[in-house]
Design a protein. Structure first.
Length: 176
């Protein structure tokens, strides 16, 4: 009886040590890849962007840190007007690639220019400005315009008693 117990303990001990030495890396990897501690807004800031390029209400996101491929999620589509001149629309899924000061291959975000809805395909932070590209044209705005997240439906003017600073921009210019 004691021989059987000794053999079982002798065989189980290396297995237990092996299991204990492999668990910490798995837990660490889950904590790093789980994104549970960072919000989508925190992620934007870590790449040099202000939080206000996304509307309030992002419910989650995923990010492949090796490629920069990301998806951000809203409960539904979202649209609003800024200062009555810029109309923006977000789909329930926004995706693209993120790198320091650069968002590329964007999908799920569009802006109304004159009578046309155009997809915003790239955002580049250049100093104190953000340059938004719709492919054939781009517009530059001060980063200060994006320190606050707009709300679906009402943008930045959700409380009619509060005066919102006008959006400062360099109007659409050709990217050619």
């Amino acid at each position: 009886m004691s021989t059987t117990l000794q053999i079982t303990v002798t065989l189980a001990f290396p297995l237990l040590i092996s299991l204990l030495t492999t668990l910490p890396p798995l837990i660490t990897a889950a904590a790093v890849n789980g994104n549970s501690s960072l919000t989508a807004y925190d992620l934007l800031e870590s790449y040099g962007f202000p939080v206000g390029i996304l509307p309030k209400g992002i419910t989650g996101y995923d990010l492949d840190k090796t490629t920069g491929k990301f998806n951000a999620y809203l409960n539904g589509s979202c649209s609003f007007s800024l200062e009555g001149s810029y109309q923006l629309r977000y789909k329930s899924k926004i995706s693209g690639y993120i790198a320091k000061n650069k968002l590329t291959n964007l999908s799920g975000v569009s802006v109304k220019v004159l009578f046309l809805w155009l997809n915003i395909v790239e955002v580049v932070k250049n100093g104190d400005n953000l340059e938004f590209s719709v492919g054939i044209a781009s517009a530059s705005f001060s980063v200060d315009n994006f320190l606050v997240c707009p709300q679906c439906g009402c943008g930045l003017d959700c409380n009619s008693n509060v005066k919102i600073q006008k959006i400062r921009s360099n109007h659409l210019v050709s990217s050619v």
